[in-house]
Write a protein of this length. Structure first.
Lengths: 486, 95, 484
């Protein structure tokens, strides 16, 4: 039992899935050539002015509705002043005094089934910065600045320090991911930086009411890195204090590739951001009508979907939880279940083979080479016993490799399972006839040990059938025929 | 009213303006004179008065989420101090 | 031709008394010969101007000419002009050529105006004397030892010297009205939000407003009708129909209630200026207007409030000039911080640096409430003063500035002496109200301006009052010696 309590709060940056920037009509599409999606406004060219994107406002309100938060019917933008090459105006336009989303709650479920509510302090709209590139063919000692990302709309979600260990923090982070992808306000592509987490960690003696000094580790973009980072940071802080040191309030960076964390700047070096109301933008009013309309059209939330999956598809709570946590996965599962008419198999395959394969290849379900329709086709053939489980995996690989639908692959590879009992009976009879010695051995073996000998016959039969014999049927026929010989 | 040297240095750092050591006293004196002027504000009775950020009682218009700005990189970088392969170049950024 | 007003030039062009090419060439010649003495114009776009003039002549011949077709104009160098250097009077933007137009520039282009070039100005519009320009000071055509006022000193001097019949300008704390007064011309700062700020390089975004400068109120009306527009690229631009300001110039002013604030005639006002302004008020009274003594008790606080709010906004607005994307960059920066601090120390002049530092100070931790917060509250008080006043009067009048044009360097080293030059003009910017300056007399052969402050969006009434005044006086047609 540790003598220390851990306290964790998260600040989560969520890129909104708008077509254009928060203050300009330039595209937000990922992966364009450098600075081809940075217009005059994004570059802070002299005389340019911001105009707010309606969709960004609506997405932020939708998030507020999803976490049952107070909606800021009048919100306002401030300027946060600091110099950085990826910040073209020399200030970030953000919200401080009057954020668009106020207090709300997010419920998380832990591995032991325990539920916990994490309070949201607020969520505000702001613009993303560009990127500094340090690698490339530049001259020595030079960085390249790409401002394509500058001005991409974000909501920053600020939690209360309600989490006490990495598991809770990860569960909360995943739940937020699940919510924002379910309501369609974020594509959830962590590898593209669509969601980034700042983790505030402090430790205090067990049971103490006084919070310890916290550090903030910025810009984590994977759940795995977050978990590693929290574990390391908690350990570092406890070691430090137990060795008589003190934790400094500082901003830290964690490198997920090298697994090394380091200090970025201390509080003393912290910027004085000189926030003040942005004079180029006016108060943002969200009407009750707009709020109600967005509420009416709000897509299904993960918790509601989980309950529905249990009800509609007779899934276990656990399976329904996994499948409903990710909007893309949930949609995939539902399509596969409906097209195949077999929810149980659809669930097993989506969470099992497919998820594992995607994970291995580092692919998101949206980019899965096997479509939900194709998986449904495979499931139909498993369910009607056309193919065995083992064959199904081969077929799945075939679909993954782009060889066509399940039926096409079954035909092309001649994988159809033989379930015709006449043919199977003949096959078994042939094998027994050809292997008299094995049959003798079987008969002479003690009854208790005979079962073990069946495997040898099975192997011969499957070999003779080129793996296409239905194993359950073969088993029955074999047992019956051998018993007749006793 | 004058303003302390370390304060001037802090302001210069925040504003990213290099101030030559030889002119710092002069800068301090002139800033002090302006601050004396603006300090007249302290005499105003503003209890119960709201802050006013905008002269007009208008509210923010919202733009439709449609792409209106296409790639203009060449034109926008025509007078840039230093670019390469479409990137703006700066002395190495250290995080 | 250069003594004709814009109204007269439009009639002359339409009746084919002269062509736009002739007119344009005439003004280009005048700029060529006279501008070296005044330094009012810093960029001449002769080739484009003549091309535009030829096109205008074709449209005039075809009979489908828009309002200002073929009329030559100058733009203050704060308005972005596509393909033409836009410096804002700063070394920082000496090499900056925007690939876009300000909405104001677009509006004049659509109205068929011919752009002769860009006018000199105080650096980033920060100044009241035009002495802070990277391109050197502008000389006042009435007395070349004197300043033309600022920040739109180049536009004012150019119009006074008849280098153009009209010019665009901007006003953040008096930058249209004060130089208009000092150069003996008519200038109007519209209601905040009346003219688009898109492409107008920002000084203090909640105060900046573009407006016209010309010799007469009638010309300002013609120009404003074209300059004002609703622009969805500027969130602070107000969606409100633009009236034809020329159409309402003929109304008599009987019964007009003119508020005369006692605070505008107090200590510090030059006696000659006061006399001229009082005489103008008497003239308006003679035409049937009624003078009403009023009080704007917080006038004295407007200068301190302004010198918190404007520098605070400017300190952020000018952060974009960092040597990364456009504009000046220092030589051989040794690292990123060196790039920033040296670019900004070398690229900005002293006054601009000072205001950035003041703004930074007023916003910094521990000072925000005492300075910025307080100034925003005082701003509210100032607006309330006007609100009360306009409950009982139609317009407010007084001097535009405390004294006529002063000599170069005469305000000394203390920036505050210069800041007090705007004591009568600043409050209207804080409140967002429209204000104009109309020539109303001379002191020592230097012009004096009468300031007219209107209620929100009451430009038509202000222009009519000024026009009526100009029907019975001729201060607006006086020309500096050697100009005619």
């Amino acid at each position: 039992m540790s003598n220390w309590d851990t306290v964790i709060g998260l600040e989560v940056h969520v890129q909104l899935a708008t077509k254009t920037k928060i203050f300009s009509g330039a595209s937000t599409a990922f992966g364009a050539e450098p600075n081809t999606q940075a217009c005059a406004i994004d570059l802070a060219m002299p005389g340019t002015l911001p105009v707010l994107n309606k969709q960004a406002v609506h997405y932020a309100v939708m998030f507020g509705l999803a976490i049952d938060a107070e909606i800021g019917k009048e919100s306002a933008f401030e300027r946060k002043n600091y110099f950085y090459p990826d910040l073209p105006k020399g200030y970030q336009t953000t919200q401080l005094e009057k954020p668009i989303v106020g207090r709300g709650n997010v419920e998380i479920e832990l591995a032991d089934g325990r539920k916990k509510t994490i309070r949201i302090h607020h969520a505000h709209l702001e613009e993303d910065a560009g990127k500094s590139l340090h690698e490339g063919d530049f001259r020595h000692g030079v960085s390249g600045i790409d401002l394509n990302r500058a001005g991409t709309p974000l909501i920053e979600i600020v939690s209360e320090p309600d989490m006490n260990n990495a598991e809770e923090a990860i569960a909360f982070a995943k739940k937020l991911h699940s919510i924002v992808t379910s309501i369609g306000i974020c594509d959830g592509e962590m590898s593209q930086g669509s969601m980034r987490f700042d983790v505030n960690v402090s430790v205090k003696p067990s049971g103490s009411d006084t919070l310890g000094t916290r550090t903030e580790t910025k810009n984590l973009n994977s759940f795995k890195f977050m978990e590693e980072c929290i574990a390391k940071e908690v350990e570092r802080q406890i070691d430090l204090i137990e060795d008589g040191g003190t934790v400094l309030q500082e901003t830290r960076l964690y490198n997920g590739d090298t697994k090394v964390a380091r200090s970025m700047r201390s509080k003393e070096e912290a910027n004085d951001y000189r926030y003040f109301p942005c004079p180029d933008l006016l108060p943002v009013i969200v009407s009750d009508e707009t709020i109600e309309e967005l509420r009416r059209n709000l897509p299904e939330l993960p918790d509601a979907r989980q309950a529905r999956f249990v009800e509609q598809y007779s899934l276990s709570d656990y399976d329904a939880g996994i499948l409903s946590s990710d909007a893309a996965m949930a949609n995939y599962f539902e399509t596969a279940a409906e097209k195949s008419g077999n929810a149980k198999l659809a669930a097993n395959w989506t969470m099992g083979e497919l998820a594992a394969r995607l994970n291995n290849e580092d692919l998101s379900i949206a980019n899965s080479p096997v479509s939900a329709e194709q998986l449904a086709g495979l499931i139909v053939r498993i369910a009607d016993n056309s193919i065995s489980g083992k064959m199904a995996k081969q077929v799945f690989e075939g679909i993954w490799a782009g060889e066509g639908s399940a039926d096409e692959i079954i035909d092309a590879r001649g994988l159809k399972q033989v379930s015709d009992s006449g043919a199977l009976e003949q096959m078994v009879a042939d094998v027994l006839a050809a292997n008299q010695a094995m049959v003798e051995d079987y008969i002479n073996t003690d009854e208790a040990k005979r079962k073990k000998k069946l495997g040898g016959f099975m192997g011969q039969i499957m070999k003779a059938s080129k793996g296409q014999a239905n194993p359950q049927q073969v088993n029955q026929i074999l047992a019956k025929k051998l018993n007749e010989l006793l | 009213m004058s303003i302390e040297r370390h304060e001037i240095e802090k302001l210069a750092t925040l504003a990213r303006i290099a101030i030559d050591d030889s002119t710092i006293n002069e800068v301090s004196e002139r800033l002090g004179s302006v601050l004396e002027l603006v300090d007249q504000l302290q005499a105003a009775d503003t209890s119960g008065i709201d802050a006013m950020s905008h002269p007009m009682q208008a509210t923010q218009r919202l733009r439709e989420d449609e792409v209106t700005e296409l790639n203009q990189r060449e034109a926008l970088q025509a007078t840039s101090p230093d670019t390469e392969d479409g990137l703006f170049l700066v002395p190495k950024v250290i995080e | 031709m250069h003594n004709l007003t814009i109204a007269e030039l439009i009639r002359g062009l339409q009746s084919k008394e002269f062509t736009s090419v002739e007119l344009t060439q005439h003004f280009l010649d005048r700029i060529g010969s006279l501008n070296p003495a005044y330094n009012a114009v810093i960029t001449v776009t002769a080739e484009q101007a003549l091309k535009a003039a030829a096109a205008a002549d074709q449209r005039l011949a075809a009979g489908n000419a828009p309002a200002l077709c073929g009329v030559p104009m100058l733009h203050k160098d704060i308005f972005c002009t596509n393909g033409v250097r836009t410096s804002c009077g700063s070394k920082m933007l000496d090499n900056f050529i925007p690939p876009y137009n300000a909405t104001v520039v677009e509006n004049f282009e659509a109205a068929g105006a011919v752009v002769l070039g860009k006018t000199n100005m105080d650096e980033f519009a920060m100044g009241s004397s035009n002495e802070t320009s990277f391109y050197g000071p502008v000389q006042n055509p009435w007395d070349t030892d004197c300043v033309p006022g600022g920040s739109s000193g180049g536009s004012a001097a150019a119009v006074a010297a008849r280098l153009a019949p009209g010019a665009t300008a901007t006003d953040t704390g008096g930058s249209i009205r004060q130089p208009a007064a000092l150069c003996g011309i008519t200038g109007l700062k519209p209601t905040y939000g009346r003219v688009s700020r898109w492409g107008m390089i920002a000084f203090a975004s909640s105060l900046d407003q573009g407006g016209p400068m010309a010799r007469t109120a009638e010309d300002c009306a013609i120009m404003l009708s074209c300059m004002a527009s609703f622009d969805d690229k500027d969130s602070t631009c107000i969606d409100r129909e633009v009236p034809d300001y020329s159409a309402t110039l003929g109304q008599d002013i009987k019964g007009l209630r003119i508020g005369v604030p006692s605070e505008y005639f107090s200590e510090g006002l030059d006696p000659g200026t006061e006399k001229a302004v009082r005489a103008a008020l008497a003239e308006l009274e003679a035409q049937g207007a009624e003078l009403v003594e009023i009080s704007l008790p917080n006038t004295g606080l407007s200068v301190p409030a302004y010198y918190v709010i404007a520098p605070a906004e400017a300190s952020a607005n000018l952060s974009r000039f960092d040597g990364v994307k456009y504009g000046y960059r220092c030589e051989d920066p040794k690292d990123l911080q060196d790039l920033y601090t040296r670019t900004r120390a070398e690229g900005f002049g002293e006054e601009v640096q000072r205001r950035i530092l003041i703004g930074t100070y007023c916003l910094s931790a521990g000072y925000y409430d005492a300075y910025y917060g307080k100034a925003q509250q005082v701003r509210q008080l100032i607006q309330q003063d006007f609100e009360k006043a306009f409950a009982s009067v139609d317009v407010i009048m007084g001097p535009t500035c405390p004294s006529p044009a002063f000599k170069f360097g005469s305000k000394g080293d203390d920036p505050v002496a210069m800041y007090l030059e705007d004591i009568y003009t600043i409050a209207t910017n804080l409140a967002g109200l429209p204000g104009m300056s109309v020539p109303c007399g001379m002191v020592d052969n230097k012009p004096v301006g009468l300031q007219i402050i209107g209620n929100y969006f009451d430009e038509a009434r202000m222009l009519n009052v000024a026009h009526q005044y100009q029907q019975v006086t001729d201060w607006h047609s006086a020309a500096p010696e050697g100009i005619l």
